[in-house]
Structures are given as C-alpha cells and as structure tokens.
Design a protein around this ligand. Sequence first.
Ligand SMILES: NC(=O)c1ccc[n+]([C@@H]2O[C@H](COP(=O)([O-])OP(=O)(O)OC[C@H]3O[C@@H](n4cnc5c(N)ncnc54)[C@H](O)[C@@H]3O)[C@@H](O)[C@H]2O)c1
Length: 330
Amino acid sequence: MNQIKLAVIGFGRIGKIHAENILHMQGVELALVIDPILDEDSHLFDSKTIISKDIEALTTLREIDGVIICSPSIYHIDQIKTAANKIKNIFCEKPLALDLDEIASIQELSLKLNLNLHIGFNRRFDPDFQKLKNDTCNGVIGDIYQIIITSRDPLPPPINYIKDSGGLFLDMTIHDFDMIRYLTNAEVDEIYVKGKCMVDQNIGKTGDIDTAIINMKLTNGIIASIINSRKAVYGYDQRIEILGSKGSLQVGNQLLHGLNKGTKRGFSLGNPKHFFIDRYADSYELEMRNFIDSIKGKEVSYPSVRDAFKTLEAGIAANKSLTKNKPIQL
Ligand SMILES: NC(=O)c1ccc[n+]([C@@H]2O[C@H](COP(=O)([O-])OP(=O)(O)OC[C@H]3O[C@@H](n4cnc5c(N)ncnc54)[C@H](O)[C@@H]3O)[C@@H](O)[C@H]2O)c1
C-alpha cells in the first residue's frame, strides 16, 4: 500500500495528540485536518496537510484512507455517517454517542458497509494495564474477587466542554467502565452510585456532578468499584487494584520523577504525572498504530461498537441510580 492518508476531525486536546503521533509515523500522512475554528490559511503541520473548517472536505478534497474523529461527543454520530459514504476506516473518540439507539444505528451501518470502526478506549493499549490483563487472564492471582479503579482528573475541563460531554459517567467514567469490562471479561450486572457536585458549583449548574463512587456487581459475580473525581490537587490519579484468591495485582500512578526523598520530616515521592496527555502518551500512540495496521489489512483486536454500547449502557444506568438513589439492574 502507498502512503496512508489520514484525516483528523476536531483539533482540540485529543485531536492534537493523534495528529502529532501521525506526523511522527512512517508511511502515514496527515492529509487533512477539519475544525471550524482553525484558520484555513495556516500551515500548522507540513505542506501536504490541508486545513478545512468544513466536514464536506472529507469527501471532496482528497482521497482519504482513514479518518480520526476527535470533535465534541455530540457530533460523532453525524460525522461517522458523513465519513462512511466514502471511507471505510474510521477511528472515533469515546464516547461514540450519548444515546443507545444512535449506537445501534451505527452498528447497523457498520455491518452494512463493512466498516473498520475503532473506538478510542486508549487505556486498553496502556502497557501496564495490558500486563495486568495478561496476569489476570493467566490465573496469576487465582479467582478474581474484587476490582477497584481510582480515576481522578487533576482539574475539570472548561464548562463549555462539560455541557456537550454527556456528563461525568458518559464522558469520564466510560473509560473506567471499559477497563472493568476489559480486565474481567464480564459485563456490569448491577450498579449503585453515590455522586455529588463538590469541586465546582458551575458544573452543578449544568446538571452534572464531579465526584462519584460507583459500586457494581458483574455478570461473573466479581464485585467492582470505580472512584471518580474531576479534581485531585496532586495530579492525575490513575490506579487499578485487582484482588484474587492467590493475591493481588496493582498498577499505581506513574510519577513525574523516580526520586524518593528522605528527610527528618519523612519521605516524599514525586507527584503523579499531570494529566492524560502525559500519563497515557504510549497508549495513544499504540492505539493509532493499531488502527493504521488494520488499514493495512492486518488482523488486530480493537475496542468496537459493541464496547461503546455496553459502556454507554453502564453510564446510563449509573445516571439512573444517582437520580433514583437505588441500585439499578442492567
Ligand atoms: N481518549 C481520551 O483519552 C480522550 C481524552 C480527551 C477527550 N476525548 C474525547 O475526544 C473528544 C474531543 O475532546 P477534546 O478534549 O479534544 O475537546 P476540545 O474541546 O479540546 O476539542 C474539540 C475540538 O473540536 C472542534 N470542533 C467543534 N465542533 C466541531 C465540529 N462540528 N467538527 C469538527 N470539529 C469541531 C473544536 O473547535 C475543538 O478544537 C470528545 O469526544 C472527548 O470525549 C478522549
């Protein structure tokens, strides 16, 4: 295959990460970037990259082999439908959509057009989480009893982002639902949530919360917990612990440095890495390589439309549990 030509839609926090990774890869070209706030005359990348404000550029301007959708979540579905008219290889950021019927319609379209549609659940590609998955599946800690995910952001995103995000459970916890499912090979069976707006009352005014504890029973009997907050002053708090009959497996925070300083006042370690951009840098590169490999025709495994559906189902049940203040059966 010749140089693979990719388009990125939405050049914000995550679009820039994917664009940067593509620019550093061999045999791949960042052919087009679409974002309504980018200046079409500016050459941000290299001479080959076309910049457009208009989604129609996707199907009119150049031959494109694959598209990476990084726009706000509310636009994903329509943009997939536009892209699918001409492009078979589509990578869409999470959440695929905020509505289960919309995901079902994309599933139908995907089967009809034989799309190669990947969802941006990047944490599956994190090397430490992959080791955790391998050890868990290989029985290193025996039968699994519990899984606990702590996932806290260092600071909330802008209010305008929050408004179109789908809310805490569909925007942020959705990654953690995916990790629970991925690591345990099970689905969420029952869910019970406690959540509040504690960090920023402006988030509350949009109808959202920023702090939650989510308890779950999984279809294979494992008990799971997710602990979320939009703000942790010490950095990006990303930890997973799995307890089994023969021991436990833990992935801790990646720290800014490895120095453990000891003085009369005690010992101190570096803070966790600042945010997703640095903590999950490897996973973003690996998921993009995986997508490109699939465009080249290689058999790869990847987060699918079904994963998007099951995680959204869990997120919707979490919202229901919060509103009704009771456990919800899925
Ligand atoms: N996988 C991850 O770790 C991860 C991390 C962050 C965000 N995301 C997801 O990526 C998406 C974007 O998030 P972000 O944090 O980059 O948001 P952002 O607000 O930083 O960037 C969004 C960009 O999309 C552009 N945009 C707005 N409307 C558009 C349209 N109709 N078509 C094309 N571009 C449009 C905006 O101008 C902006 O540049 C969201 O779905 C979010 O859930 C995933």
